[in-house]
Design a protein around this ligand. Structure first.
Ligand SMILES: NC(=O)c1ccc[n+]([C@@H]2O[C@H](COP(=O)([O-])OP(=O)(O)OC[C@H]3O[C@@H](n4cnc5c(N)ncnc54)[C@H](O)[C@@H]3O)[C@@H](O)[C@H]2O)c1
Length: 314
């Protein structure tokens, strides 16, 4: 299989590409090293891929590429490039979200019209649900994002559906629920918590700690994403979540046990755009994608902690 992976230097894109290459597939990876977090993390993610025989890297914004010729030679697109982050998506910054999350997605979908793609997998987000009243959330539930980031990811999902209905592009949208594991972005909670504990700093806690999240280990996300590229229903949308929810206070307690350290907290008010709870109903992904999240939170956190120790040199 020849895959086009956008956002290849990022957290999830680099894991996905590694997994595809390991199984003998060819990967063309695209990334423009946006400055949302330091380039050094992305170079570290990309480095092992660059020496792989079947890997080709293009350092360019998706929207500036000759997408038509790129898509002529691809079997599956995994479109993961995006400006992430709920909290940073307000105000002037929204222009960046519009460009990288909406315009780039529309251009890629448009170039896929008339191609022979087997699947076009779009990385959407649990943030499309907003503060949902019904838990766990299923794909048929009302969606009402609470942040501009969520709006931009939902726009991408709608575009994917439109290009499927009108032009037959075989799109599959995956609503990832908070992904964690080695290489996690430095702005994400587990990365910040584990780093703070390692360096004996205070853990920044937004809200009262009773908010819950459905956390998904990155290897489980990669299995689901690859399966979507093979057997996802064209035009379909799937929740990809660990399947149960945990309070942030419980996470902090587990981190204390894993690291063997006493945790010091620095409390902040809840931030605009943060939802109170997320929890995925994954029945559809279990049925169509044989999705079976296998990693317990404690094991996944321990793996991420080992990586954090490597990165911060302790
Ligand atoms: N990490 C999560 O918990 C999570 C949850 C829900 C959805 N998602 C989605 O999954 C995808 C990957 O997330 P991640 O956590 O790996 O983020 P990431 O920031 O680590 O990776 C995204 C990569 O895309 C690149 N990029 C951004 N805009 C680009 C453009 N226009 N052209 C080329 N490259 C561009 C960035 O430089 C970055 O390396 C994103 O679409 C994100 O919205 C992630």
């Amino acid at each position: 299989m020849k895959a086009l992976v956008t956002g290849v230097a990022g957290f999830i894109g680099s894991h996905l590409s590694h997994s595809l290459l390991k199984d003998g597939h060819a990967v063309t990876g695209v990334d423009c090293f946006t400055d949302y977090y330091p380039r050094s993390f992305k170079e570290r993610n990309l480095k092992p891929l660059l020496t792989a025989e079947n890997f080709h890297f293009l350092e360019r914004p998706v929207q500036d590429l000759d997408l038509h010729s790129l898509l002529q030679t691809a079997d599956v697109v995994f479109h993961l490039a995006a400006q992430p982050g709920v909290r940073a998506s307000w105000g002037r910054e929204f222009e960046i979200y519009t460009m990288n999350n909406i315009l780039a997605t529309q251009k890629l979908l448009d170039a896929a019209v008339g191609s022979k793609l087997h699947r076009f997998v779009y990385a959407s987000s649990s943030s499309v649900y907003g503060d949902t009243k019904k838990l766990p959330s299923s794909e048929e539930d009302p969606i009402c994002p609470l942040s501009p980031y969520g709006v931009s990811k939902l726009a991408g999902e709608h575009l994917a559906r439109l290009y499927h209905v009108n032009y037959g592009v075989p799109t599959v949208s995956l609503r990832y629920f908070t992904v964690y594991g080695p290489k996690q972005r430095p702005d994400m909670a587990f990365h910040r918590f584990l780093k703070a504990v390692l360096l004996d700093e205070e853990i920044p806690l937004f809200g009262d700690g009773t908010q819950t999240r459905d956390f998904t280990f990155v290897a489980d996300v990669i299995s689901a994403t690859r399966a979507a590229g093979e057997t996802g229903a064209p035009g379909g949308v799937y929740n990809i979540g660990g399947g149960h929810r945990v309070t942030i206070s419980e996470v902090i307690e587990t981190i204390s046990q894993i690291s063997g350290k006493r945790v010091q907290l620095k409390r902040y008010d809840k931030v605009k755009g943060d939802v109170r709870h997320t929890w995925a109903d994954t029945a559809r992904a279990r049925a169509d994608l044989r999705f079976a999240p296998a990693t317990e939170l404690r094991d996944g956190l321990a793996e991420e902690y080992r990586w954090i120790c490597e990165v911060y040199g302790v």
